[in-house]
Design a protein around this ligand. Sequence first.
Ligand code: SAM
Length: 338
Amino acid sequence: MKDNPLNATDPLVDAFGRVHTDLRISVTDRCNIRCRYCVPAEGIQYRSHAEMLTYEELERFVRVAAGLGIRKIRLTGGEPLVRKGICRLVKMLAAEPGIVDVAMTTNGILLDQYADALKAAGLMRLNISLDTLDREKFQQITRHDELDRVLDGIAAARRAGFEQTKLNALAIRNLSEDDVVPLARFARERRMELRFIEFMPVDGDRKWTSDRVLSGKEILELLSQGIGPLEPASSNGSPAAATRFHYVDGGGCVGVVRSVSEPFCGKCNRLRLTADGNVRNCLFSPQQWKIRPLLRSGATDQELADLIRAAVGAKSHARGTDNGQFARCDRPMHQIGG
Ligand code: SAM
């Protein structure tokens, strides 16, 4: 088996028995908005073009990872749609043997332009980030007046046939409370699944404090009061980050990603690749394994596979998420990939 990593039969299992099947690839650290909870106010150091992995390098990495049992890919960033020719990458990855799902997390601003081409390229699922329906607040959060384009992007995704499109809303105390019910109504009217994400300490400005976390429990209370009762829904057997609930009136599903109040490290099956070619085993861990020098110096597939296995093997059970003492990440979210 050592000689042929692409036919590996032993899956990517870490020391705690977690089998890794999901890979999140950040394709760029750049974004067309600058959300206050993600990108620092100033002093952003973007990676140069030469530091980013090329599409061919990403394809090779995915081929090796698929040989080790990676099955699902999520493209993220930064904003994945600002990377030139992104549909070409989608097509390349969707065609990789072993890869059964290629998804993308996007702010939606460019979807009006790209949704049809992404569908044609083989993208299977979209998650679109939308924190508020209030134009002024959107501008305050993102430092850009782009709410209308996001809404157009959501409509374009649905027209293009992305039926399972989910909405992601980040929830921050004293900021998001008034948005919870309007966002839920918006999603219900469109039969879209909305997931509220707890604020995590990966913000660019390093202003995260635990009292700014609007917890999943509080969000569910706001939903029950503002819309109606909820009951737990099945997770469909997937280790997905969101805990899902049904509206009792049949109005669909809503999810909460309780990364802070109820971390799901025990079920984590994710590996990450940063845009500049570092493998990470956890959003909260500063440890990283440099794949770019290997890719650019004629390394064998076996050497790449060994690096991936090393990253999985070194994964901690939890990084402070088990005792509430979150390890603050060394890089903001836009540089790791959300
Ligand atoms: N640009 C794309 C987008 O907006 O969806 C993809 C990248 S963005 C970093 C991915 C997700 O990370 C977004 O849904 C965003 O809300 C979330 N995010 C960013 N900073 C966060 C933080 N400090 N805590 C929790 N989620 C965060």
